[in-house]
Design a protein around this ligand. Structure first.
Ligand code: ZN
Length: 432
């Protein structure tokens, strides 16, 4: 059990439940309300990037807000589809509409989930001049072909404002940085956005209590344009990022999935890949589709950032529908994801680069009392092998994780051998 006590997963699920009703979009008050809630738990700094700011090849868009949206029976005024029942009902970033329509005119603007008649889809109209309503097939049947036609209203507006992203910065002994990134721009979807937000927040809470070798940047931003804005505003920081993870879809009951960075063999790829595999999960190669690893791994940045998920996007049928709700994510899964992330951090923190202080020939181990220091351990032979691997590989160019991989020995044993060699003055660490 972690030192945070029992019920941690339940607390995480409760945080997701508090954030669930908020109507988030790529800009606007929904993201700010989400950050205000998180600020009660962690020192989240909120940054605002003004509308019109050039960010890499993009421009920060206008803010969008929606006061009301509904489809009513034109004769009775009865609201049949109403945004107050679900914030998924309106296509996010719809332009304003106020019109009388026939069924034939309205129908092309309605979106459902084929094959799942109870579910409402999640759709966006970012960067396009569109509007629409999302509803279940059942709701569409009830709505269909009314004689008097429909009153269709989307009371939305676009205006010059800003894009908001949030950042928890936890300084460590050095400015070498670990970046944890998650998107926060979806309305009432639980696994897709809230699970990442919740796990990242609880990771920040845990890291604040630790002494850390690296500095940690835990960033929450709208997908795509938020990551691009962050990169544009923090380009000088990128050269200090030694490890990074995009977090998404970490609340469902599926096994873990780790998608490697564009580099495929960076230290985070080896560490997260090994820990995900040993937790029964799977590791896949980089591809330029998915979450914001697309931005962090674009060729001009090529950061060592992979993506940690459970079931990947598009591989579960609840994806981008109202069925990605609070029942689809589980307290146990959230806590398990947090624990895996903490293990990754623990390994990152101990993954130093050793350098032998006797580079030419093997040192005379007996002279340094090393054999006695092995003790009576059952696995003396294996421990001796670990010591010999560290001495041989400690040329200042290999971290402990890659030495463990090459030796076919556990990371823990290689750490233990390195500690012993450091204590006896035979090995230093270039990152000390
Ligand atoms: Zn999504």
């Amino acid at each position: 059990m972690s030192d945070d006590g029992p019920g941690l997963g339940r607390q995480m699920h409760e945080l997701a439940a508090r954030l669930y009703p908020i109507h988030r979009a790529i800009t606007g008050e929904g993201v700010r309300q989400t950050f205000a809630e998180l600020s009660k738990l962690v020192p989240l700094q909120v940054r605002e990037v003004p509308t019109g700011t050039d960010v890499l090849d993009w421009q920060v868009p206008e803010e969008w807000s929606v006061q009301d949206a509904y489809i009513a029976d034109a004769a009775t005024g009865e609201r049949i589809i109403d945004i107050s029942d679900s914030n998924l009902h309106v296509v996010n970033c719809s332009v304003p509409v106020d019109a009388q329509m026939s069924w034939e005119e309205l129908e092309p603007y309605l979106w459902t989930v084929p094959g799942f008649p109870e579910r409402i889809p999640y759709r966006t109209g970012y960067f396009r001049d569109v509007w629409g309503f999302c509803l279940s097939e059942h709701q569409k049947d009830r709505l269909a072909a009314r004689e008097a036609g429909y009153r269709v209203v989307i009371d939305s507006k676009f205006f010059a404002g800003s894009l908001s992203y949030g950042e928890v910065i936890i300084p460590g002994a050095s400015d070498r940085t670990v970046m944890i990134y998650t998107h926060c721009c979806h309305p009432s979807l639980a696994n897709d956005n809230l699970s990442g937000i919740v796990v990242a927040t609880y990771l920040a809470m845990a890291l604040q209590k630790q002494r850390l070798r690296h500095s940690y940047h835990i960033v929450m931003a709208p997908a795509t344009i938020g990551a691009i804005s962050w990169l544009s505003c923090n380009e000088e920081l990128c050269s200090r990022i030694d490890y990074g993870l995009v977090l998404a879809l970490v609340g469902d009951a599926g096994p873990f999935t780790y998608k490697r960075s564009r580099r495929e063999t960076s230290a985070i790829d080896r560490i997260a890949g090994a820990l995900v595999s040993s937790a029964g999960g799977s590791v896949r190669s980089f591809s330029p589709l998915g979450y914001d690893e697309r931005q962090f791994c674009s060729p001009g940045f090529n950061l060592p950032m992979g993506c940690l998920m459970r079931t990947p996007p598009g591989e579960f049928d609840q994806y981008h529908t109202s069925a990605d709700n609070l029942d689809y994510i589980h307290a146990d899964s959230l806590e398990e994801s947090l624990n895996l992330l903490r293990k990754i951090v623990e390994r990152v923190e101990s993954n130093v680069v050793p350098i032998s202080l006797r580079q030419k020939g093997e040192p005379r181990l007996g002279e340094y009392g090393l054999y006695r220091a092995y003790g009576e351990a059952e696995h003396d032979a294996e421990f001796h092998l670990a010591v010999m691997w560290v001495l041989n590989q400690a040329d200042g160019g290999s971290d402990l994780h890659s030495i463990a991989d090459r030796a076919g020995l556990s990371f823990e044993l290689i750490c233990k051998a390195t500690d012993l060699l450091r204590k006896h003055g035979l090995v230093g660490c270039t990152t000390d």
